[in-house]
Design a binder for this molecule. Structure first.
Ligand SMILES: NC(=O)c1ccc[n+]([C@@H]2O[C@H](COP(=O)([O-])OP(=O)(O)OC[C@H]3O[C@@H](n4cnc5c(N)ncnc54)[C@H](O)[C@@H]3O)[C@@H](O)[C@H]2O)c1
Length: 255
């Protein structure tokens, strides 16, 4: 394994599970000091212990707590080189626009979109001081495609992440700060398992549209985050980076 993050500090939100956990492991294996912000203290602390990192219990919808997360990274390790703003939710009650209530709509917007605003707002001043930084925001392939298996607030929140990321990537390009949006296709994580356990037909309806015929593994997303956050991606910013097994390029998929 290369040591692309030797001497660098990475903050990962939602680092206790799924894509975040796989990324914590990947970044640490490449030499990063990792700071995990997660609302759930059990898995979050376990992940931090596993990589000898730092856990800060954080609700990413709280400005105060998000500021404290990035401040803890700076106080403990001296800076923030990478921010992977990844925490997100996908509750089953977020469904067709006709059935999704305003409270569920707002909750999903807060956790998936407002959180990315808060994390970028907290991370960028630290990166400006360093004259360097890489931000990766987790959007989704649903931000670029429509789905008849609707999750209306989730889709809208990820579209917001995409547009915000593009703008930040452009605004801070000459200050050495790169900002990219990662758009995973369906990934085999607790988030997706929970959704499909509630409705197995949804899993089948989705699988048929994936040229590769399977969901992604969290490690396949983590390796892309590591690439985007590393100097190997030095000329990539403001991008919509799809890791979707070919879904967004497909018309008819193989049998
Ligand atoms: N799994 C997929 O198919 C898929 C596809 C595309 C995009 N994504 C996105 O990837 C990201 C990670 O998803 P995952 O599948 O790994 O999910 P997951 O449920 O496995 O993990 C999400 C983590 O975020 C944490 N979290 C939830 N609410 C939080 C809050 N308010 N504050 C802090 N932490 C909070 C959870 O405790 C958990 O550790 C999400 O943004 C999700 O929308 C997932």
């Amino acid at each position: 394994m290369t040591e692309r993050f030797s001497g660098r500090t990475a903050v990962v939100t939602g680092g206790g599970s799924g894509i975040g956990l796989a990324t914590v492991r990947r970044l640490a294996s490449e030499g990063a000091r990792v700071v995990i912000g997660d609302i759930d203290p059990g898995p979050g602390k376990a992940a931090a212990d596993e990589v000898s990192g730092l856990f800060v219990q954080t609700d990413v919808t709280s400005q105060e707590q998000v500021e404290a997360l990035f401040a803890a990274a700076v106080d403990t390790y001296g800076g923030v080189d990478v921010a992977f703003n990844n925490a997100g939710i996908s509750p089953p009650e977020d469904d067709s626009i006709l059935d999704t209530g305003i409270d569920v709509w707002r909750k999903v917007q807060e956790v998936n979109l407002t959180s990315v605003y808060l994390c970028c707002k907290a991370a960028i001043p630290h990166m400006q001081r360093q004259g360097r930084g890489a931000i990766v925001n987790t959007a989704s392939f649903v931000a670029v495609m429509g789905a008849a298996t609707s999750q209306i607030s989730y889709t809208a929140s990820k579209g917001g992440v995409l547009a915000m990321t593009r703008e930040l990537g452009v605004q801070f390009a000459r200050e050495g700060i790169r900002v990219n949006a990662l758009c995973p296709g369906p990934v085999d994580t607790p988030l997706l398992q929970e959704l499909f356990a509630a409705d197995p037909e949804r899993a089948q309806r989705r699988l048929v549209h994936i040229p590769m015929g399977r969901f992604a593994k969290p490690e396949e997303i983590a390796s892309t985050v590591a690439f985007l956050a590393s100097d190997d991606a030095g000329f990539i910013t403001a991008s919509t980076f799809l890791v979707d097994g070919g879904i967004s390029g497909a018309y008819v998929t193989p049998l």
